[in-house]
Every structure is written in structure tokens, then in C-alpha cells.
Ligand binder design. Structure first.
Ligand SMILES: Cc1cc2nc3c(=O)[nH]c(=O)nc-3n(C[C@H](O)[C@H](O)[C@H](O)COP(=O)(O)OP(=O)(O)OC[C@H]3O[C@@H](n4cnc5c(N)ncnc54)[C@H](O)[C@@H]3O)c2cc1C
Length: 282
């Protein structure tokens, strides 16, 4: 199926892209195209202008910024999965990227595209929530930073404005993290039915801080705050982990679809929080 007609622009600079976005009515940013193009072909999204940011130099780098790493807008999943900095300082994100789709999608789709797209079952958002990352959003009005915890509003909806481009994600260094998922059709390389990312800061045998994020289970990826609190101040004992796992879906409306009932997803959320915590505390 072909999408309706649209204007296509491929700016050579970020400023040009931001001006094109500000000046267009009903425009969409195109990065990897792995979600936008199928939605356009199904005519679920009908932009009149598509602004392709893939030819803008400098957006495809992962850089060490001292206390954080910066992942540019055109960094592909495959690059995120294999980058040594991401693997060392943001392990959950590297694992989420490695477990995304198939090799073709990982070579084309971008980390920032996935975050901006905000599919309720996407892998990357859970990782960046658990890691306490910050989104960098640019527009002709300037640049602002949005904490991950304030970014995801609902399915396919974020706090990005329509004239903003997500130019990078900043991931703070410190702590340890993992991402564990059960993909649809029993494959770990498919959208998750349920998945959990866990980040902990532990020293001298005590967990001083923790974040747990869950995806695939509700209408948006979310921070399981009470679950994380259950392990803070403990030594990560099996009792503390079980207490955290039992609170994985507290305060959340659990999704039901052809991949799983509410009961099944609630159970999976608990199981994957337990696995993520056990692995990160090893
Ligand atoms: C067969 C298949 C299997 C998949 N399996 C998985 C999976 O297992 N797990 C998973 O998490 N994902 C999966 N995906 C989705 C994939 O990860 C996409 O790459 C990702 O969702 C979107 O990234 P993209 O760069 O392709 O974005 P695009 O498709 O280019 O854009 C997606 C949306 O985000 C917006 N956008 C993109 N970049 C920016 C930006 N920098 N600033 C502002 N807005 C922006 C676009 O306007 C559009 O609305 C799958 C996709 C396919 C086709």
C-alpha cells in the first residue's frame, strides 16, 4: 500500500531542519523510518511534509561527556547495542537495543526514533527510564532538556512539541543496569509482552538507590516506583527482590490484547522485575 502524497525534504543542517519543521503544517520527522513509513503506508499517519534528518552531519555519534554519555538522534539500534561506552555505562540500553527486532531493523531504526515514537511496548523507553536519562529537544525557539520520567505521556504520545526534534539522549554514568524481556512469539527479538529494566546504585552491600521501569504492560512504559523502593536500603536479599516483584504493577492499568490477558501480563511483569533485579545484583 502506498502512502498519500507528501512533500519530502532532506535538510543539510539541524537549523535547516528546525526551520522546515516550524514552517510546515502537519510535518513529521523521519529518522530510521522503521515505524513512520509503515504507519504512513497504512494511512494511520498522513503528514503533508516529511523531514528526513538522516543526512544531517554529526547526529550519529555516541560521545563521552564526563558524567554522562550522549547518544545522537541518528545513532542506530545496532550502534547502541555494540558501543563500548553504552555497554559499560548504560548496559540496560545496550541490551534493549540488542533485543530490538531483527538485524535489518536494528541497522536502520534509531534509539532516539524509538524514544520519540513511544510505542507502549518499545524496548528502549524502559531502559532510558530506569537509567534516569534526559532527552534533549531542539526547536527554532531553543533547546530544552526533559527528564525521562516526564517524557512518556501515553501510547505514541510524549511531551515533545510538534516543532521539536529529539536531538540526543543523555544517560548519566554510575550504578549498574540490566534489561530483561519476553518477546512476542517467544522471541527476544520482537516487541515485548512484558519487559523490565533495573538500575541500582549499591555500595558496601547496601542498595542506596534503585529505579525499575516496565514496558509492554500498560499504555506507556512506566517507572515502578514502589517496586524500586522495596529494595532501597536493603542488601538485595531474595525477600527484598520478591517484595519488589510483587509491586511491579502497583497503580497501573494493565493492558489486555491478543498477546496476553491482564493476569498473564501482571504475572510476567512480576517475573521480569525479579529476573532483572537478580541479574543486576549478581
Ligand atoms: C519488523 C519490525 C520489528 C520491530 N520490532 C521492535 C522490537 O522488538 N522492539 C522495539 O522496541 N521496536 C521494534 N520496532 C520498531 C523499531 O525499533 C523502530 O526503529 C523505532 O520504533 C523507531 O525508530 P526510527 O528511527 O525507525 O523512527 P521513525 O520510524 O523514523 O520515526 C518514528 C516516529 O518518531 C518520530 N521521530 C523519529 N525520530 C525523531 C526525532 N529525532 N525527533 C522527533 N521525532 C522523531 C517520527 O516523526 C515518527 O513519528 C520494530 C519495527 C519493525 C519494522
Amino acid at each position: 500500500m502506498y502512502p498519500p502524497n507528501f512533500d519530502y525534504v532532506a535538510p543539510a543542517s539541524l537549523d535547516e531542519a528546525l526551520s522546515a519543521l516550524a514552517g510546515a503544517d502537519n510535518a513529521k520527522v523521519l529518522s530510521g523510518g522503521m515505524s513512520l513509513i509503515p504507519l504512513m503506508k497504512m494511512r494511520l499517519v498522513r503528514p503533508t511534509t516529511v523531514i528526513d534528518i538522516s543526512r544531517i552531519p554529526g547526529l550519529d555519534a555516541i560521545t563521552d561527556e564526563g558524567d554522562h554519555i550522549r547518544i545522537g538522534a541518528m545513532v542506530r539500534h545496532a550502534q547502541t547495542a555494540t558501543d563500548p561506552l553504552v555497554n559499560e555505562h548504560a548496559t540496560a540500553l545496550a541490551q534493549a537495543a540488542a533485543a530490538t527486532a531483527d538485524v535489518q531493523v536494528r541497522n536502520q531504526g534509531t534509539t532516539c526514533g524509538s524514544i520519540a515514537h513511544a510505542d507502549l511496548a518499545a524496548d528502549q523507553p524502559a531502559a532510558i527510564l530506569a537509567l534516569g536519562a534526559t532527552m534533549v529537544a531542539a526547536s527554532v525557539r531553543g533547546t530544552r532538556e526533559i527528564p525521562a520520567a516526564e517524557f512518556f505521556v501515553d501510547t505514541l504520545t510524549t511531551t515533545l512539541e510538534s516543532d521539536e526534534i529529539l536531538t540526543a539522549v543523555k544517560v548519566p554514568k554510575g550504578g549498574k543496569s540490566v534489561y530483561r524481556k519476553l518477546g512476542r512469539r517467544g522471541s527476544d527479538s520482537d516487541y515485548p509482552i512484558a519487559a523490565a529494566a533495573a538500575w541500582v546504585d549499591a555500595s558496601y552491600g547496601t542498595i542506596s538507590d534503585a529505579r525499575i521501569a516496565i514496558t509492554g504492560v500498560s499504555s506507556k512504559p512506566y517507572l515502578a516506583t514502589t517496586a524500586a523502593q522495596a529494595v532501597v536500603g536493603t542488601d538485595g536479599s531474595s525477600e527484598a527482590i520478591a517484595a519488589a516483584a510483587s509491586q511491579a504493577t502497583d497503580g497501573v492499568v494493565v493492558l489486555e490484547d491478543l498477546y496476553g490477558t491482564v493476569e498473564y501480563r501482571t504475572h510476567l511483569a512480576s517475573v521480569y522485575v525479579q529476573r532483572a533485579l537478580e541479574d543486576v545484583l549478581q
